[in-house]
Design a protein around this ligand. Sequence first.
Ligand SMILES: [Zn+2]
Length: 83
Amino acid sequence: MQNPPRGPERPLTTSELALLLVDLDGVPDNLAAAHVDDGRGYCRGCLLPQTAPSVWPCTLAVAAREARALDRARRLPRPQQRG
Ligand SMILES: [Zn+2]
């Protein structure tokens, strides 16, 4: 598997990741469904044979949760804004 291309000189924050995810239809839901506690405090979605298990909630779980919250917030009606 290839590493993703390096963009900014620092990693994205979880909130920045959430802002990217919120525009990808269904992705936050899929991530939230996959990255769940495995019952031992580790992320089920991050369990890969070649890596150590990630403590849950992992970055993706947190970012997915933020993205879903952002999505809900922007779907709220905005009675103050017209035109
Ligand atoms: Zn995970």
